[in-house]
Ligand binder design. Structure first.
Ligand code: FAD
Length: 478
């Protein structure tokens, strides 16, 4: 059952909110609401009569109490950079957006520097900067870090470029403050790396995409700040060479590797044109962008040079360069992070986020090259992503004036997901399910796991007011 927002119920909801929240919290002007109703790439626009922006946890509790009392469905939103449509309302006009951007304080920085407590609306980059000011590192880093917010990062269990070394967001969260569907506050803001006192409830909310509760604050673990860091760009012949190099780097440089990114040349060339920047002069089929760093002030470069010499002798590297300063480093990362933006300037883009075991990445790339252009002639396949985690964005472009229709998109998606499922992989490694991958979840996920998800949803949000249409419906009562 999805609750409606009709007449009386909606009026009652708004009246209750007007008593509990300040004026700035209620946004109902169409122009002011517009940015909250469209996704980052403008692929979809939802409809809503109201965006609610409480300024503190008590305000969030008031919203959930009122929503629960009047059966008003909510879509929770932090930075609105999510890529699977779970952050914007559907087209019914019945869902109200609950935006957390005003909860943006860093409440506490531990004197030890081991953790900080941030509210859900803190921009990821602000948290990174707060950690750096305390001579620590908050290692979560992704292309949207200037816009996405901690609540959304946790709700999606975001990955990004440093997973190889520091893990997904889940590994960085020590405690959570969550408002439950009926408005009850759970204060789980512990700062304990060890706590086996029963089920670890925070894990239930991490990655739940706003369907089980609203995260209002988190205790985040900080890492020592690396002092010597090198970013290097390597041109290579093939994904096979990339996997060989990953093995070599891992065995020689171990935990000093934080990023190991693979990029197809089609995407590099598009990014070079789009941003007027270049790292290696000649064209090569594939590229790697690697970051190594450690806590000592120097000495890492000697180890890196030794590995590169070994790689050259083995014929694994065609060309390459090590960034000499921040400007060169920024160019390398712009070419990597700007892949989607650059291709979007050329035409219509379909994006994915799949994972297989790292050893099987070359096979994944080969099969995509064989299968996808046969499914939709005229497309360019341009994979890029986190080779170190086996996680590739196998994206495709139909260059203007050609356009990908919704049918094209769904046929490409089905074909790719079938390839990945056949390889024992994941059809959504980082971005989650949202609304747009619900069909794939139902088609490909183990039925027992789906039933467990429905039971969890039933236990925590039986009236289905939290992000209805995302991940799972509550299991119907017998
Ligand atoms: P939103 O978009 O606001 O919400 C995302 C989901 O979380 C929605 O389902 C929403 O309902 C839920 N949610 C939001 N806030 C809360 C809350 N406080 N409590 C409960 N539920 C909540 N993702 C990666 O993992 N790795 C990447 O490398 C990466 N790169 C990206 C690059 C670009 C250019 C862009 C646009 C996106 C990228 N993303 C990536 C996806 C996105 O940035 C992440 O999913 C991010 O973590 C979402 O944070 P947000 O604050 O924007 O969340």
């Amino acid at each position: 059952m999805v609750a409606g927002v009709e007449g009386e119920a909606f009026r009652g909801f708004v009246e209750e909110l007007a008593l509990a929240l300040d004026d700035a919290a209620m946004v109902d002007e169409p122009a002011a609401m517009a940015p909250y109703l469209t996704d980052f790439w403008h692929l979809s626009t939802g409809a809503s009569r109201l965006v609610v922006r409480p300024k503190d946890t008590a305000g969030v509790q008031a919203v959930l109490r009122a929503a629960s009392a009047h059966q008003v469905p909510l879509v929770t939103q932090s930075g609105n950079t999510g890529l699977v449509g779970g952050n914007i309302p559907d087209s019914s006009g019945r869902q109200v957006v609950l935006n957390l951007e005003r909860l943006n304080r860093i409440r506490e920085l531990a004197p030890s520097g081991e953790h900080l407590v941030a509210e859900a609306g803190c921009v990821l980059q602000d948290v990174q900067e707060a950690a750096a000011a305390a001579d620590r590192l908050f290692p979560l880093s992704l292309g949207a870090e200037g816009s996405c917010r901690i609540g959304g990062n946790i709700a999606t269990n975001a990955g990004g470029i440093n997973v190889l070394r520091y893990g997904m967001t889940r590994r960085l969260v020590l405690g959570l403050e969550v408002v439950l569907a009926d408005g009850t506050l759970w204060n789980g803001l512990r700062a304990l790396p060890k706590d086996n006192t029963g089920y670890d409830m925070k894990q239930v909310f991490i990655g739940s995409e706003g369907t089980l509760g609203v995260i209002t604050a988190a205790t985040l673990a900080l890492a020592p700040r690396p002092r010597e860091r090198h970013d290097l760009w390597l041109a290579i012949e093939s994904p096979e060479a990339g996997v060989e190099l990953l093995r070599l780097f891992r065995s020689r440089l171990g935990e000093t590797i934080s990023a190991f990114e693979l990029i197809a040349d089609a995407g590099v060339e598009a990014a070079e044109q789009a941003f007027g920047a270049r790292v290696v002069e000649e064209r090569h089929p594939w590229h790697l962008l690697v970051t190594v760093a450690w806590s000592f002030a120097d000495g890492l470069m000697a180890h890196l040079e030794a590995v590169l010499e070994e790689a050259m002798e083995a014929g694994l590297v065609l060309d390459g360069t090590i960034a000499q300063n921040d400007a060169q480093r920024a160019v390398m990362w712009k070419l990597r992070e700007g892949q989607s933006e650059a291709m979007t300037r050329k035409g219509s883009v379909w994006r994915s986020d799949v994972a297989v075991a790292t050893d099987r990445v070359p096979e994944l790339v080969r099969r995509c090259d064989e299968v996808l252009p046969a499914v939709r002639p005229g497309i360019v396949v341009f994979p890029f992503g986190h080779l170190g985690d086996g996680n590739l964005h196998v994206n495709v472009l139909a260059a203007s004036p050609d356009r990908l229709s919704p049918e094209d998109r769904s046929r490409i998606q089905d074909a790719l997901f079938d390839i990945v499922a056949g390889m024992g992989g994941s059809f959504s490694a980082e971005h989650g399910i949202g609304r747009w991958k619900r069909g794939a979840l139902e088609r490909l996920k183990d039925p027992v796991e789906r039933r467990l998800m429905a039971r969890l949803k039933q236990a925590l949000d039986p009236a289905n007011i939290l992000n209805p249409g995302v991940i799972a419906e509550p299991e119907p009562r017998p």
